[in-house]
Design a protein. Structure first.
Length: 592
């Protein structure tokens, strides 16, 4: 074996691993986070969880990626531990699809259909189509499809290169004896686990084993222990992912490990126990790519069928390893107002974008709660409600800092144009929501001060306050509705309502000045009323910003405030809504 053969083998391995990663990443990007969202909303049906876990893994071509996502779900509190276990089992089944695809390299025969199924026949065509889609077509979705095809072509070319490079090894006695040594179950398992732990992909390590089969030196007896070890070695990715995570997330990564350890132990014990009596003749036969795929699939399916009914025992084993804390037992672990934006999700940017939307929506719901409490306390003061408004502002401050930092990290990832625009929208809108909460907190302090001093507005001022409170509450409702549900119909009514609120503010100020001149209002109460209506006006302004971002997201010219100017000048709908809100929130210019 000369240096050139070694270089060919290493180069083939590099292309194989790169092609696998490229194809998996492009598949995830094309799915746009939808596969992960399916897992996020997992039901408590374990059979369905297994099937979904297998399906998602088969698509993204990585059980490690699925398991890491599950660890992230558990760490965020999105998924419970008892929901995670069946998904992990399903991921082990889904990853076997790769070995079946790679086994196509071993097809042989003169039949035209068999020849067409060989990767060497169809991968050049896929590569050409991929290049055309990627280079000559300006469309994100088609570009992703092109990347998938190119990734697959590179993967299969790497497989062919590895296979061709290792074929001459069949004539080297030392290499042949090496695989004979692997027939020792313990040694074979250690080699399979070690290789998989290094490259952190059982699919890739199985592919390497399939390439080695082209030497004709790998017997079925040598392949079985290596495959068992590969299933154990793939757990390293989840275990690393669990470092620094919550206790439940660590338990989820341990479930992955225990499932493979117990499954391997049972399989090896039963298989070699029977072999000691029966002596399977197949063990001495030469393995090929298809044989490896069969063994890989059989083990993972059999292990899932046997261990799924005992899933609670595996969970209990995880709890024994990492015992429950007193806080967990007493249920005193604080609930998070916004789901944790786990760093693991950044490996799947499209899903991370979806999680950011969830986080901003939760902040928006807190804003709506605070707005409702302020309106209610304005009419009838309640200290508990005012305290809650101040508490909400503190929560939103913390979550805004967390989300902004997360969005900054997300912008460094490879995002589609649509996702990139979404991230920009979230970054701007979360600031607007945070500013709204600041103004609501300011109003709460004003109401608290008035209550402490035993002050209250005049009948006229109370009526004015209630009108602008109700108008502002409606604009906040419409803003949150348009953001949460991507509802353009709700978005387009925000701007005319904002115009009405600005008009109300000016009328209230003018009326206050009249009452002040007549001695019907004190300076202090006038300042309090002015502070409240000014804050409400600014709240409506931030609502206008959010609605404009929602509308501008789908326009060809992504320019903030462009919509507002055009609609004010040209839109009959805008004029109709403006007249409707002016009538609804009509206020006499001067109260008699």
């Amino acid at each position: 074996m000369d240096i050139f053969m070694i270089l060919n083998m290493i180069g083939g391995l590099a292309l194989f691993l790169y092609g696998m990663k490229t194809m998996g990443d492009a598949l995830s990007k094309l799915a746009g986070g939808k596969l992960e969202l399916i897992l996020e909303h997992m039901t408590n049906n374990p059979v369905k969880a297994v099937l979904l876990g297998a399906g998602v893994t088969a698509v993204i071509q990585s059980s490690s990626a699925t398991t890491v996502m599950v660890v992230g779900f558990v760490n965020s509190g999105i998924m419970k531990l008892n929901q995670a276990a069946p998904v992990i089992m399903g991921a082990n089944i889904g990853t076997t699809i790769t070995s079946w695809i790679l086994s196509l390299s071993g097809l042989s025969g003169d039949n035209i259909w068999i020849q067409l199924l060989k990767p060497s026949s169809f991968t050049p065509v896929l590569a050409i189509i991929g290049v055309v889609l990627l280079v000559f077509i300006k469309n994100d979705r088609k570009n992703d499809i092109g990347t998938i095809l190119l990734g697959f072509a590179v993967l299969m070319f790497g497989m062919e290169s590895m296979s061709s490079a290792v074929k001459p090894l069949a004539d080297i006695p030392e290499f042949t004896s090496l695989f004979t040594a692997f027939e020792n179950p313990l040694l074979g398992m250690l080699v399979g686990a070690g290789l998989t732990a290094i490259i952190q992909s059982s699919s890739a390590s199985v592919g390497i084993l399939q390439a080695m089969c082209f030497t004709g030196s790998v017997s079925v007896g040598a392949a079985i222990p290596v495959i068992m070890g590969q299933n154990i070695g793939t757990c390293i990715t989840a275990l690393i992912s669990g470092i620094g995570a919550s206790k439940n997330a660590k338990r989820a990564s341990l479930i992955h490990l225990y499932f493979n350890l117990i499954g391997t132990a049972l399989f090896m014990t039963v298989f070699y126990g029977i072999n000691a009596v029966v002596h399977f003749g197949i063990l001495s036969e030469t393995a090929n790519g298809a044989t490896i795929a069969v063994i890989h699939s059989f083990f993972n399916i059999a292990a899932t069928l046997v261990l799924l009914p005992a899933v609670k025992l595996i969970e209990k084993l995880a709890y024994i390893t990492i015992p429950l804390t007193e806080e967990e037992i007493n249920g005193s672990v604080a609930e998070k107002e916004v789901p944790v934006l786990d760093e693991r999700f950044l490996k799947r940017p499209a899903f991370a974008v979806a999680q950011c939307k969830t986080a901003v929506c939760d902040i928006a719901s807190l804003v709506e709660e605070a707005m409702a409490l302020v309106v209610k306390s304005g009419a009838s003061y309640d200290e508990n409600e005012i305290t809650r408004v101040i508490e909400i502002e503190d929560i939103i401050d913390n979550k805004e800092d967390e989300l902004s930092a997360y969005l900054t990290k997300l912008t460094s990832k490879q995002l589609s144009e649509k996702d990139s625009r979404q991230v920009n929208k979230f970054a701007k809108c979360v600031i607007d929501y945070e500013r709204i909460s600041d103004y609501l907190k300011g109003i709460a302090f004003t109401l608290r001060k008035m209550n402490k001093n035993g002050e209250n507005f005049s009948v006229q001022a109370c009526a004015e306050r209630d009108i602008i409170f109700n108008a502002t509450y409606e604009v906040v409702e419409n803003t949150i509705k348009c953001f949460v549900h991507d509802d353009k119909d709700a978005a387009v009514v925000v701007e005319p309502l904002y115009e009405v609120i600005k008009s109300l503010k000016e009328k209230i100020r003018k009326n206050h000045n009249m009452r002040l001149a007549k001695g019907e209002c004190s300076v202090e109460l006038g300042m309090a009323l002015t502070d409240i209506v000014s804050s409400l006006d600014r709240i409506a302004g931030h609502c206008s910003n959010i609605a404009e971002e929602e509308i501008a997201l789908e326009t060809e010219k992504y320019q903030l405030h462009l919509y507002s100017r055009i609609t004010r000048e040209n839109s009959e709908f805008y004029k109709e809504k403006l007249a409707e809100y002016q009538k609804k929130y009509y206020m006499i210019k001067e109260f008699e």
